[in-house]
Design a protein. Structure first.
Length: 252
């Protein structure tokens, strides 16, 4: 793969891209700080989520353009249901709108959208839009965009264990034969490489139940920048920083 060495042209306000090394294959993002971004400006939290939605659209377009293959965004966790109902409604409506208008939102890109998480707890409209958009974009060969929706790493592992138990009870699998590779086939991310880099914005330094099986050897980057202020330049600098790290996977 290639390292995206990005030069920012201050006059033009654009990036020029020079591919000259190694790129991560998969980046995960925990887009934190929408509410604090809004509060700092005296705005309702819903405005922060709308600003964060616009940031997401820009970053998705940018990642597709630079040739990133996988991007997983933590859009709603299993713990987020404890937030005020008005805020939950805002987040769900924003996501519904994105999926309903996917043709327009993805115009000019080659993005494939996929959803991971427990879909049973979602609204009928979301459960309607998810298969439609996945089918609409399934042949796109650019960025694979995963929305982690009603997702929790522990819940994902429990889901996998239950499915393995069902298959064992039906004599489809012998528990003694279960390996790491077989277990991973029961995860939501069964056909996706583990994330190379995980970025969390807004200064919080915790993983918050995000891809906990898959991220055991991921590189982490914690930024003070709140998600609505995250830019293409921030993404480029994150990739450049990742390329300088020495990934030993437990070795020397």
């Amino acid at each position: 793969m290639s390292l995206l060495d990005v030069i920012f042209n201050l006059k033009a306000g654009k990036y020029t891209e020079d591919i000259s090394g190694k790129m991560p294959a998969h980046i995960g993002i925990i887009p934190d700080g929408n509410g604090r971004w809004a509060s700092r400006r005296g705005l309702p939290r819903s405005m922060g989520h709308r600003a964060g939605s616009n940031t997401l659209k820009r970053i998705v377009t940018y990642c597709d353009r630079i040739g990133l293959k996988y991007l997983t965004v933590y859009v709603f966790s299993t713990e987020n249901w404890d937030r005020p109902q008005e805020e939950i409604n805002t987040l769900m409506k924003l996501l519904e709108g994105y999926l309903q208008n996917a043709e327009k939102e993805l115009a000019g890109t080659n993005v494939r959208i996929r959803i991971i998480g427990d879909l049973e707890g979602l609204s009928p409209e979301l459960r309607k839009q998810i298969p439609r958009v996945e089918e609409l974009t399934k042949n796109n060969s650019g960025l694979n965009l995963f929305f982690a929706l009603n997702y929790g790493g522990r819940s994902e592992i429990l889901h996998a264990v239950r499915e393995i138990a069902d298959d064992a009870a039906a004599s489809k699998i012998n528990p003694k034969d279960i390996t790491k590779e077989i277990f991973e086939k029961y995860l939501y991310t069964k056909d996706v490489p583990d994330p190379d880099l995980i970025i969390r914005t807004s200064g919080e330094m915790r993983t918050s139940n995000f891809l906990i099986w898959q991220s055991v050897y991921s590189e982490y980057l914690f930024l003070n920048t709140r998600w609505p202020d995250f830019t293409e330049r921030d993404m480029a600098e994150a990739i450049r920083g990742y390329a300088k790290r020495n990934r030993r996977y437990g070795g020397i």
